[in-house]
Design a binder for this molecule. Structure first.
Ligand SMILES: *[C@@H]1O[C@H](CO)[C@@H](O)[C@H](O)[C@H]1NC(C)=O
Ligand SMILES: *[C@@H]1O[C@H](CO)[C@@H](O)[C@H](O)[C@H]1NC(C)=O
Ligand SMILES: *[C@@H]1O[C@H](CO)[C@@H](O)[C@H](O)[C@H]1NC(C)=O
Ligand SMILES: *[C@@H]1O[C@H](CO)[C@@H](O)[C@H](O)[C@H]1NC(C)=O
Ligand SMILES: *[C@@H]1O[C@H](CO)[C@@H](O)[C@H](O)[C@H]1NC(C)=O
Ligand SMILES: *[C@@H]1O[C@H](CO)[C@@H](O)[C@H](O)[C@H]1NC(C)=O
Ligand SMILES: *[C@@H]1O[C@H](CO)[C@@H](O)[C@H](O)[C@H]1NC(C)=O
Ligand SMILES: *[C@@H]1O[C@H](CO)[C@@H](O)[C@H](O)[C@H]1NC(C)=O
Ligand SMILES: *[C@@H]1O[C@H](CO)[C@@H](O)[C@H](O)[C@H]1NC(C)=O
Ligand SMILES: *[C@@H]1O[C@H](CO)[C@@H](O)[C@H](O)[C@H]1NC(C)=O
Ligand SMILES: *[C@@H]1O[C@H](CO)[C@@H](O)[C@H](O)[C@H]1NC(C)=O
Ligand SMILES: [Cu+2]
Length: 528
């Protein structure tokens, strides 16, 4: 039996993982268009990459250079007409920080009928599971999100799985029937964060009272081991992933190869990614993949039904029907072996350096309003992007408006960010751009671990407190914000601007980048 599995593995390896040598240029074109779609059977106009939700998969290999041309072909001004693309989790080197796509931090948005090419060399041998999404206001709520995978042709964990391809991506997300722009107006007026209608699994979902849209099907062959790359592309919802009768072995956390850890349930916050190995070791049949989610009170939106967020794991030879098992929310309490974030260990242990600088960030909501504060300041995007100000000579915190919440940091230092325990019951997934961090204290533990903490780029900030450390050895004006985009939009953001002199030495933007701000600023409000 073992021998047969091993033979099958070798064959599949050759067939399915033909990733060529690294160092290549990977040209990608994304046409940003309005398209009518019905991911959960409710038809609406969306903002999409190439007309699909999620958008097309982008793949590259370790060491490649991504050259992504974004053509803004949006026409529906009931939603945002400009756009901007962030490649979530990719390190971007200082010299290319102007190609990082964060609106009003590293660039201005792309106006309608304009194009922009983001050139991003993949640095530091970074590999793993990432995603792209609009980083202009809450535009990605309208559909502009997709997966991005950087394969490692020399993956040290390759012998743990047989298949890793375009069919082993599980992207979960929250889905909304109304436009992001209309929901933002309601949110600002009421202070109540919008509650999603549906949770989608690879772009398919169901809501209470909606049509029975066929669940997404993942096909597997008995005796084979699959590397599933799970991405939480949510703007709000937390999903809890499990597969009936199967274990999941975590081998990657936000791009960091991870000491294999076998669990049967994983809770994921918005923006987080994990790779898990699933061994198809059960009798040939159909099994539920459960992806229930939470995100606000379902009483606020009667369409919402977390039980309906699911997909089917179908063994070859099983009938093309739904599983006969009841729809559960995951393993029974007696069998639960849930992932504890604090127990994750990187494959390559690395001690977190002692901090040179401490920053404490207090996250507080203004009661009854759509306003979040970090240390009493609610972030407002400046009209002149942070990077433009730096290139023009900004040198200290006082060169930025207080509402930019910008921390000026020296290069090559270790910064410790302390999030004191918050009294909020909703964890805030804080996401650092341009770098990852050592998660020295997870919200899931009391223990501070500086010896071999997991390195990731999104971590929950909640009632237990969170401490992270990051290095400023890749200078840039890097956004550090809550990935619940409604909170982000309401001000829950900071900018960690490091090595301003290094930025001025190394950043030489193109004319195309220089042209973005004047073009955007000249637009009437409905085209911005
Ligand atoms: C998106 O669509 C354009 C136009 O059809 C095509 O050239 C491009 O390859 C597509 N992008 C991806 C990533 O599939
Ligand atoms: C974009 O170009 C099309 C075709 O030339 C034109 O009809 C449309 O008005 C333009 N849109 C904007 C916002 O300029
Ligand atoms: C969507 O719009 C409808 C009609 O205005 C409203 O009743 C509903 O509450 C909205 N849903 C969300 C999630 O904002
Ligand atoms: C995705 O993130 C949201 C918001 O943090 C969370 O509610 C949801 O459970 C996450 N989904 C998964 C699969 O972890
Ligand atoms: C899941 O893992 C547990 C603990 O490692 C093990 O006892 C169990 O047999 C595994 N189940 C399957 C279906 O592989
Ligand atoms: C959610 O969907 C499940 C499965 O269809 C159904 O049994 C349950 O009653 C629904 N929940 C609510 C609150 O409608
Ligand atoms: C940072 O804070 C820690 C914990 O309070 C403290 O031990 C350390 O001395 C501080 N480091 C600096 C550089 O202030
Ligand atoms: C926030 O503002 C309040 C009232 O103005 C003040 O008492 C408090 O010290 C401020 N906190 C911080 C962290 O600046
Ligand atoms: C600058 O900050 C002040 C508050 O200190 C705020 O009222 C103002 O709107 C900000 N200006 C800009 C351009 O962001
Ligand atoms: C930071 O480290 C890099 C690489 O070691 C070095 O080239 C650079 O000069 C250093 N910069 C500062 C400000 O120390
Ligand atoms: C953070 O801690 C709080 C309280 O212990 C808990 O409710 C929440 O689920 C935790 N969040 C995460 C992401 O673990
Ligand atoms: Cu938040």
């Amino acid at each position: 039996m073992k021998f047969l599995v091993a033979t099958a593995s070798v064959v599949l390896f050759t067939l399915l993982k033909p990733h060529p040598a690294s160092g290549a240029t990977v040209p990608v074109t994304l046409d940003i268009i309005n398209a009518v779609g019905a991911p959960d059977g409710f038809s609406r106009t969306m903002v999409t990459a190439n007309g699909t939700y999620p958008g097309p998969l982008i793949t590259a290999n370790k060491g490649d250079t991504l050259v992504v041309t974004v053509n803004n072909k949006l026409t529906d001004d009931s939603m945002r007409m400009s756009t901007a693309m962030d490649f979530d989790g990719l390190f971007v080197d200082t010299a290319n920080s102007f190609n990082e796509g964060s609106s009003f931090v590293t660039a201005c948005p792309i106006a309608p009928n304009a194009s922009y090419t983001y050139t991003i060399p993949l640095i530091n041998d970074q590999t793993g599971t990432f995603w792209y999404h609009s980083q202009l206001s809450v535009q990605y709520v309208d559909g502009l999100r997709g997966a991005l995978v950087v394969y490692d042709p020399e993956d040290p964990l390759a012998d743990l799985y047989d298949v890793d391809d375009e069919n082993t991506i599980w992207a979960v997300g929250d889905w909304w029937h109304n436009t992001s722009t209309s929901m933002l107006v309601t949110y600002v007026a009421s202070g109540i964060v919008p509650v999603s209608d549906t949770g989608t699994f690879n772009g398919v979902g169901r809501f209470n009272g909606g049509p029975e849209v066929p669940f997404f099907v993942t096909n597997v062959v008995a005796g084979t081991r699959y590397r599933f790359r799970i991405i939480n592309q949510s703007a709000r919802n937390v999903f809890t992933m499990s597969v009936d009768s199967h274990n999941l072995t975590v081998i990657e956390t936000d791009g960091t190869p991870t000491t294999p850890m076998t669990v049967n349930e994983i809770q994921m916050l918005a923006g987080q990614r994990y790779s898990v190995v699933l061994e198809a070791n059960q009798p040939v049949d159909n099994y539920w993949i459960n992806a229930p989610y939470t995100g606000g009170s379902p009483a606020v939106n009667l369409n919402q039904n977390a039980t309906l967020a699911r997909a089917i794991l179908r063994y070859q030879g099983a009938p093309e029907t739904d599983p006969t098992a009841p729809m559960s929310l995951g393993p029974a309490e007696s069998e639960l072996n849930a992932l504890v974030e604090a127990n994750l260990r990187p494959l390559v242990a690395q001690a977190a350096p002692e901090p040179d600088i401490n920053i404490t960030l207090n996250l507080v909501v203004t009661a009854g309003r759509a306003q979040w504060n970090v240390n009493n300041v609610s972030y407002l995007p400046p009209s002149v992007p942070t990077l433009v100000k730096i290139l023009d000579g900004a040198n200290s915190a006082s060169d930025f408006n207080v509402t930019e919440n910008t921390f000026v940091l020296p290069a090559n230092k270790t910064v410790q960010v302390i999030f004191p325990p918050s009294d909020d019951d909703e964890a805030h997934p804080f996401h650092l751009h341009g770098n990852n961090f050592w998660l020295v204290k997870s919200n899931t533990t009391d223990v501070v671990n500086t010896a071999n903490p997991i390195r990731r780029d999104v971590a929950g900030v909640g009632a237990e407190g969170t401490i992270v450390r990051f290095s400023t050895n890749n200078p840039g004006p890097w956004f550090f914000h809550c990935h619940i985009f409604w909170h982000f939009q309401a001000g829950l953001a900071t900018v960690m601007a490091s090595g301003l002199d290094e930025i001025r030495e190394q950043v030489h933007p193109t004319q195309a980048w220089d042209a973005l701000c004047p073009a955007y600023d000249a637009l009437p409000a409905n085209l911005q």
